[in-house]
Write a protein that binds this ligand. Structure first.
Ligand code: MSP
Length: 652
């Protein structure tokens, strides 16, 4: 595509709730959007990639309260604080062009105008809301939409709700929305259309409650104090306010709207494919070209959450495996439109098989051989062998077309499969042509040069097409091929690389991971952390004062202390208790003290307990000690008091 006739491409991710730190499931959609944005840029499109955060709603208000901060402080910390959303996208190499926060002033003011416009055109009216509300999902439901009386999205309990509220005439748009879903490619994958039409439209689309009065953390309805705009109205319009709709902050609306695609997770397809187009219809605005509802990453077959520990922490995974490997894994291992089961084993195996073995080896071997056999650069004199080269050259030449066909369908997994077919073919080509045999005779050098050239050229094309998925790795591959071209045009043609290419060797792109060892390390990390210090819980049971005073606590001096034969727990103390007669007490503390270190110490004993026999010996009382747990290990300290306190002194 030429500079002048650049087409635009506008792509968005859902804007994230900063109610908790993000996990690898959230990262999935953003990485997919980033890969698509980078792919379109590679093709020459003028791309706008929008992401951001959806910061209003009761859930945030409640969480802030629990944390003892204001809602704004709460969201600021999760968005901008260390390890927050912005840090995560930086780490994951997310090349967004714009980041919107729904608490941004320009957005808040725009939402107020939008709400008023729909009120003025009669599509928003005041009524009484009676229904069910799911607090975690911030979704209103009618009785008929509940599944077993619970929220159809998350399965949790819903609450009765009744209050004065504004409503959006969603019912008015039911026919047009159904037509849009059934008769256009607006919503993909196609399976999601049936779900929307059968579950939501056919049972009867009711008007939607679009304001709340029971909390304040939201965009205020400026013409009716006390009401705040329903968080989904506020959130959905981000896709337009971020371009300058109803505000002066940006001026890109004409250029980029309508969006080319909204990538969204499957549970929010309902909002994007029914409510969103209906609101745009109400305002006579162009509809986005497509909503793509991707599947979920599951953990052990169930929903993922940060509370499941380190295994889903993108920071930890990126640190251990590398950002590119993690990005690649997410898009290579699961079909984008369906759910996928995340596991560490799958992650490690994908890295080992695809990246260490197939891609990594191809790059290392090819570059190393070129350097070993020809030194500085390949010679100009090269000998093609039509028969032996045809398959690899054809596959590499036609790769861009196949890859493009899959990428246009958002089939990342298939696009990558095409690249890896060619990588495998190239590895086979090395074995078929055995460069190490060709290198043995001078007369085969032109053939050897051609074999290596074909391989390097294949690496260039594959590496270039991997750019959207692994930008840093692709850059490194280009560097090792002497700064090879990887622009879109060049990736569709075999033979672009300079025949006399000078290669640069380097360490393995993806070192092989020891599966067993790594799994054990991850398992260890995901164990709940052992508390640093744990003390016994306090007892609620009260002891009356008189009973307590009956306990006779005395200072005692250790005259002798010996281990008890056949017991690894007991120590036998001979004590001076001030009476002139030695007192014998047995105590199970052998694990904590050597007997000799206690001789001469002044301890505390409770002396009026009934005598006990332990390992055949009498024990007359109990020595007091302090117990607590440190890093999971029980610790015990005998209570030692000043040696100036005489034996027999009563402690009270
Ligand atoms: N704030 C709304 C979106 C408003 S868009 C106008 C929201 N936020 S969210 O933070 O809860 O989710 C953001 C996205 O992450 C959703 O698309 C959701 O599907 C996705 N994912 C959350 N967990 C996921 C997985 N385990 N797997 C894949 N995607 C998941 O919804």
């Amino acid at each position: 595509m030429c500079e002048k006739c650049k087409e635009k491409f506008y792509i968005t991710t859902p804007i994230y709730y900063p109610s908790a730190k993000l996990h690898i499931g959230h990262t999935y959609c953003t990485v997919a959007t980033d890969a698509m944005a980078r792919y379109k840029r590679l093709q020459g499109y003028d791309v706008m990639f929008l992401t951001g955060t959806d910061e209003h709603g009761q859930k945030i208000e409640d969480k802030a309260k629990d944390a003892g901060v204001t809602p704004q402080q709460f969201v600021d910390n999760i968005v901008e604080g260390p390890g927050g959303v912005l840090d995560l996208w930086k780490l994951m190499n997310i090349s967004y062009d714009r980041f919107i926060r729904t608490t941004d002033d320009y957005h808040v003011a725009a939402i107020q105008k939008i709400f008023k416009k729909m009120y003025d055109n009669g599509d928003i009216y005041k009524g009484t809301y009676k229904g069910k509300y799911c607090k975690p999902c911030e979704s209103f439901w009618t009785e008929s939409q509940l599944v077993d009386g619970k929220c159809p999205d998350c399965g949790r309990e819903v609450q009765d709700a009744e209050e004065e509220a504004y409503f959006f005439r969603l019912s008015k748009y039911a026919g047009r929305v159904q037509d849009l879903l059934e008769n256009t490619d607006f919503l993909e994958p196609r399976s999601r259309v049936n779900e929307m039409v059968n579950n939501f439209i056919k049972p009867g689309l009711e008007d939607l409650c679009v304001s709340r009065t029971s909390f304040t953390w939201g965009v205020p309805v400026d013409f009716d104090p006390g009401h705040v705009v329903y968080v989904w109205i506020d959130a959905l319009f981000n896709y337009m306010t971020a371009l300058g709709f109803q505000n002066d902050k940006y001026q890109d609306l004409d250029k980029f709207w309508p969006a080319d695609v909204h990538f969204v997770g499957k549970e929010i397809v309902r909002f994007h494919s029914i409510i969103w187009p209906a609101m745009l219809m109400s305002l006579n605005l162009p509809l986005p070209k497509k909503v793509y509802g991707h599947g979920w990453l599951l953990l052990d077959g169930g929903k993922m959450s940060k509370s499941k520990g380190n295994v889903v922490d993108p920071y930890i995974l990126a640190e251990r495996f590398g950002v590119d490997a993690l990005r690649f894994f997410l898009l290579r291992s699961f079909p984008f439109g369906s759910d996928g089961n995340f596991s560490n084993e799958l992650l490690i195996n994908t890295i080992n098989v695809d990246l260490a073995n197939d891609l990594g080896n191809l790059v290392s071997r090819t570059v190393a051989m070129a350097q070993k056999y020809f030194g500085e650069h390949l010679p100009a004199q090269q000998a093609a062998d039509e028969e032996k080269d045809a398959e690899l050259v054809t596959m590499a030449s036609s790769l861009r077309g196949k890859y493009e066909a899959e990428m246009e369908k958002y089939a990342f997994q298939n696009a990558l499969a095409e690249v890896f077919k060619v990588i495998s073919r190239a590895n086979k080509y090395i074995d078929e042509n055995a460069p190490w045999v060709l290198a043995k005779s001078e007369e085969n050098k032109p053939r050897l040069a051609r074999v290596l050239y074909n391989l390097l050229e294949t690496v260039r094309i594959c590496g270039g097409l991997l750019t959207p998925f692994m930008p840093d790795t692709a850059g490194e591959i280009a560097r090792r091929l002497g700064g090879a071209r990887m622009d879109w045009d060049s990736l569709g043609t075999f033979g672009v690389l300079d025949p006399q290419v000078a290669v640069v060797a380097g360490p393995a792109l993806f070192p092989r991971i020891d599966v067993e060892k790594e799994l054990a390390a991850l398992e260890e990390m995901s164990k709940p952390p052992v508390p640093e210090l744990e003390i016994e819980p306090y007892s609620d049971e009260k002891v009356d004062f008189d009973t307590f005073c009956k306990s006779d606590f005395r200072a005692v001096k250790v005259k002798d202390c010996k281990p008890v034969k056949k017991s690894d727990k007991l120590l036998c103390f001979t004590l001076d208790d001030g009476t002139g007669t030695d007192r014998q007490i047995l105590s199970g503390i052998a694990k904590y003290y050597k007997p000799e270190e206690l001789i001469g110490k002044t301890l505390v004993a409770i002396t009026n307990l009934p005598p006990r026999k332990m390992m055949g010996r009498d024990s007359n009382g109990m020595l007091l000690s302090a117990v607590h747990t440190e890093k999971g290990e029980e610790k015990l300290n005998l209570i030692m008091i000043s040696d100036t306190i005489p034996a027999g002194a009563k402690l009270c």
